[in-house]
Design a protein around this ligand. Structure first.
Ligand code: UDP
Length: 411
């Protein structure tokens, strides 16, 4: 049996205050015909990264809406996750191809996971490439299958995409974050575009008064009286943490008491994280104003909440980005953002809302400095960002889109 992830209980009605009564009523309406439907979400890690973040919030709400929802994990270890991270990188355009041994490793683990998927579901939603091959290796059974891709697949490495593509055959739908992410030769009849969303009621995004947030950060050694810029991200080259450090150094020439926090989580399925972490650690060793934190040193949801709330500017200098939940998370807390013009980020900062999109270290530094020097401008942009998030990137909208798809597939 594949392991299930325990999640808490949550109630859709609670979302009336953030998303509005109408959004909640719409969810109930969409869920009514699906009452009792058995839906499985399948991914590779219970923590670290956006997919786990979304599922932890979504599963309890699906249950509250009357759907029999489960979240299960495929199993794997270092050799498997090294291969799947190479696939992830390949789908985002990295040049490195998969070796025959890597493809074999992927299939060996996938076959094992396929044999462990014993339960029957009406609908199985497979997240990202790690569990993709299960349909083919297990057989479709009487379930409908959906592939939910969270990665920027606009310009995939042809060899990596060519290999994975064959395992998409048989899926009833493929869901991407942006229209431009869907490769033209997706062998699936139904392609849907559904951007992710944040949970306004989770410990990461809930209201946190300023005083408490200050205590939380002071406890871990941040001086809350001094200016602070933060990037919250997995330690991943596509998130460009070294570029963030370079930009910070440029800004610091003008703002000498500036602090930088790099807050990163280690995901179970991302073995690359440690190597990047060590590189950042080496590069920041001589600078006492750079704080490096991970989920393994006690920085969890509430701390991330406090960082995103109290930072003068949140940076997200991604080079490639599926969506970048961290952008909406910061904007929801009315903190201005300077972010790489990549993947799903511009969608969250449309029309100039939220802050500035940048294409280089220098631009990142210049815009960060501008917001540090003009907090009023920052507050205005961030306020616009929060309203954009309220309208388009809250969990209620995501679940409504998904329920429409479930309804279409199961109806
Ligand atoms: N995150 C976290 N702690 C960290 C780093 C990241 O809780 O130290 C969370 C972050 O708040 C966000 C998610 O992990 O909810 C990352 O999602 P995003 O879409 O930004 O990027 P991904 O990791 O999925 O590429």
């Amino acid at each position: 049996m594949l392991e299930t992830v325990d999640v808490g209980r949550q109630y859709v009605n609670l979302y009336e205050s953030s998303a509005g009564a109408e959004a909640v009523a719409q969810l109930r309406e969409l869920a009514e015909p699906l009452r009792g439907a058995r839906v499985l979400h399948l991914n590779a890690t219970p923590y670290g990264g956006g997919v786990a973040e979304i599922l932890r919030s979504e599963i309890p709400l699906l249950r509250d809406l009357g759907i029999v929802a489960d979240w299960r994990l495929i199993t794997g270890d270092e050799p498997f996750f090294s291969v799947t991270k190479a696939m992830h990188n390949g789908l985002q355009g990295a040049e490195r191809e998969l070796t025959p041994a890597e493809r074999e490793t992927y299939l060996t683990y996938s076959a094992r996971n396929a044999s462990l998927l014993e339960e029957e579901y009406d609908l199985i939603v497979v997240h990202d490439p790690q569990p993709l091959a299960l349909l083919k290796l297990r057989g479709k059974g009487s379930s409908r299958w959906v592939w939910r891709c969270h990665i920027d697949t606009a310009e995939p490495n042809p060899q990596v995409w060519g290999f994975l593509r064959q395992y998409l055959e048989g899926y009833d739908a493929a869901v991407f974050t942006l229209g431009s992410f869907a490769p033209p030769d997706v062998p699936v009849g139904r392609v849907e575009i559904v951007p992710p969303a944040i949970d306004p009621e989770s410990p990461k995004n809930m209201r946190l008064d300023r005083r408490t947030a200050q205590n939380v950060l002071a406890w871990i050694g941040v001086d809350t009286a001094r200016p602070l810029v933060t990037q919250v991200s997995r330690f991943d080259p596509w998130k460009d943490p070294l570029g963030v450090m370079e930009a910070y150094r440029l800004v610091r020439e003008e703002v000498p008491d500036l602090q930088l926090a790099l807050v990163g989580s280690m995901a179970l399925d991302d073995p690359e994280g440690w190597e990047i972490y060590r590189r950042i650690q080496a590069a920041s060793k001589s600078d006492l104003h750079i704080h490096l934190f991970t989920n393994l040193t006690g920085v969890g949801n509430v701390e991330v909440n406090a960082f995103q709330r109290l930072s003068d500017v949140v940076i997200q200098k991604s080079i490639r980005e599926g969506f970048g939940l961290v952008v909406s998370e910061a904007l929801w807390k009315e903190t201005p953002v300077v972010a790489g013009r990549a993947g799903g980020i511009p969608l969250q900062m449309q029309g100039g809302a939220g802050g500035f999109l940048v294409d280089s270290v220098e631009e990142c530094a210049a815009k960060t400095l501008r917001l540090l020097k003009d907090p009023e401008e920052g507050a205005e942009l961030a306020g616009m960002g929060r309203e954009l998030v309220r309208g388009r990137f809250l969990l209620t909208r995501l679940i409504a889109d998904e329920l429409r798809l479930y309804g279409a597939l199961l109806g």
